[in-house]
Design a protein around this ligand. Structure first.
Ligand SMILES: [Zn+2]
Length: 326
């Protein structure tokens, strides 16, 4: 009896493997969380340094700041913001509408801003947000050259929730714009919806409080209530992380999942090309079939699973070898 049970188990294991030959591994979406939310703040306004960053820091939340180079004052303060774990992104040199740009100025708006940011901040800046969320073919050409992801806008509705199962347009990731008229319930509903859909949503915020602080300022108490709600949802599993962090994880996930294993001598070799540019150090939480029979390597380094059988796969390595799963 025991033998036949084992045989049945063994056979069903084989069937399971053969029916999923091309998907013996599964990257856990959103870094192992059920959903993700990113806060982005545009235009390098002083209120970001004076109110937003201290309030985020109080709650140990990190966000993204898309800065306009020509408006960037208090550079030391902005460097400190990056050092505290927040993300700095490119929002062009002058924030001109793309329709006003010619070929030369399209290049300058992206490239000069990037060069300025890279020479004044610690790490390479490889994320972009289109001014006024307006895209043009000329701008897109340079954004693709210097960035791995860009924030755009795709209207209201369901498209503002990015699913982990589909490949989004990396150069027009959707965001939801904050408006003064919205109360805290609106922002809570965005977060709740991301949770319910197991999706990622990106907030696009400008001013806070006084109308002089930027476009469509969120009333300060509404903003604080949004942060408190995010913190509470984080405690329930929500991944609250900067735009580039989530985009890099998702793009790396899509790249690894698209890698077809080469089968040889009982081992499966996954090879992928890291996009360029791309941030280094992305680690993908990956479940691999085969239980304790499996040995997983990247180069000569053997990876060991967590207690729940999840491996930390380095995306930089471009290669993963699974032995013993066949
Ligand atoms: Zn802007």
């Amino acid at each position: 009896m025991a033998k036949s049970v084992h045989a049945v188990l063994f056979c069903s294991l084989l069937v399971g493997l053969s029916s999923a030959q091309t998907a013996p591994l599964r990257v856990l979406p959103w870094n192992g969380h059920p959903a993700a939310v990113s806060l982005t703040f545009d235009d390098a306004r002083p209120v970001h340094l004076d109110v937003v960053v201290p309030e985020l820091n109080k709650r140990h939340l990190n966000a993204t700041f898309f800065v306009i180079i020509s408006k960037l004052t208090r550079l030391d303060d902005w460097r400190r913001v990056q050092a505290q774990g927040h993300e700095i992104g490119n929002h062009s040199v002058t924030h001109e509408h793309p329709a006003e740009l010619n070929r030369a100025s399209e290049e300058l708006e992206v490239e000069d801003a990037k060069k300025f940011l890279d020479s004044n901040f610690k790490s390479d800046i490889t994320i972009f947000a289109y001014p006024y969320a307006e895209l043009s073919a000329g701008l897109l050409f340079w954004v693709k050259k210097y960035d791995f992801a860009a924030r755009g806008w795709q209207g209201e509705g369901e498209s503002v929730y990015v699913a982990a199962g589909a490949e989004p347009d990396w150069y027009n990731l959707p965001s939801q714009t904050a408006y003064t008229k919205y109360d805290a319930a609106v922002y809570r509903s965005w977060i709740d919806k991301a949770f319910a859909k197991h999706a990622w949503t990106i907030f696009q915020i400008h001013g806070i409080g006084d109308p002089s602080t930027g476009f469509e300022p969120i009333p300060t108490d509404t903003f604080l209530s949004l942060l408190d709600y995010l913190k509470a949802q984080e405690a329930k599993g929500l991944w609250v992380a900067p735009f580039g962090t989530v985009a890099a994880y998702l793009r790396a996930q899509k790249t690894l999942e698209a890698a077809k294993p080469q089968l040889q001598n009982g081992e499966e070799r996954f090879v992928w090309k890291v996009p360029a540019p791309f941030p280094s150090g992305v680690v993908l939480k990956t479940a691999i079939q085969g239980g304790t029979h499996v040995h997983v390597y990247q180069g000569k380094r053997e990876l060991h699973p967590s207690k729940v059988g999840v491996y930390s796969v380095s995306f930089d390595s471009g290669e993963l070898i699974v032995k013993g799963a066949l």
